[in-house]
Design a protein around this ligand. Structure first.
Ligand SMILES: [Zn+2]
Length: 237
């Protein structure tokens, strides 16, 4: 019993360190970290300006990892007048179990960088997005096998592929709505597959995706058009 209690207490301490980390960080920010912070903010500004000048891009989701499994998100939509970005909403999201900087399948990390949003999918009916929308059915899989379908969403009934990847239909509410990203767009095995923006589930982290509140996910989905970008970086207070 005592042992169990101790374990529980230790878990609580670790959890409070993870969850409360943001409260402790500001006091411990060094000059070097401030420099990094300024640099990241500058890079974020530059990426917004870059796509402001790109007529093919009309929406941007900025995801900034804060602490533990948490991230801040900002959703921008471009106004025709002066191609100005307006902030539609800001919110929070969950990232990978092992945080940021994905390099290989199974590392539990969410990628850093700038990617295209390549399409949408969902177990629920398409709420009216302008993106191409894959209806997730019991035969829809996100392939993670070393084969021609790696890093693509397939219908095993159509392909005949005996897929050992993610059986997407099982992941509700996570895959009620989702967006596909251009991460590993060359589909090189095993650099990572199925890096999605999807709805939050019961776990306060993902396997390497970005999880939004379902209401935020739906807002993004309804606004998204071809050419939308997602930008992921590290955030410092
Ligand atoms: Zn497969």
């Amino acid at each position: 019993m005592t042992g169990k209690c101790r374990t529980g207490k230790m878990k609580k301490i670790i959890l409070s360190m993870l969850l409360g980390g943001s409260l402790l960080i500001p006091a411990a920010v060094s000059a070097d970290e401030m420099k990094v912070s300024t640099q990241h903010a500058q890079e974020r500004r530059e990426i917004l300006q870059k796509y402001r000048e790109d007529d093919a891009v009309h929406q941007m989701l900025v995801v900034s990892h804060t602490t533990g499994w948490e991230a801040k998100i900002w959703f921008y939509e471009k106004q025709e007048y002066h191609d100005a970005w307006t902030l539609t909403f800001e919110s929070t999201a969950f990232v990978g179990l092992n945080e940021m900087g994905k390099t290989v399948a199974g590392d539990g990390k969410t990628p850093l960088g700038d990617y295209e949003i390549t399409g949408a999918f969902g177990i629920l009916e398409n709420p009216g997005t302008a993106l191409s929308y894959i209806d997730v059915t019991p035969t829809t899989y996100a392939c993670g096998d070393d084969c021609e379908y790696y890093n693509t969403i397939i219908d095993t009934e159509e392909t005949g592929h005996d897929c050992s990847g993610e059986e997407m239909y099982k992941y509700s509410p996570e895959y009620n709505y989702g967006l596909t990203t251009g991460y590993n767009s060359e589909n090189v095995y095993p650099l990572g597959s199925a890096i999605f923006v999807h709805c939050k589930g019961l776990k306060p982290f993902t396997g390497g995706c970005i999880a939004l509140d379902e209401s935020d996910m739906k807002t993004v989905l309804m606004a998204a058009e071809d050419g939308m970008r997602i930008y992921l970086d590290e955030y410092y207070e």
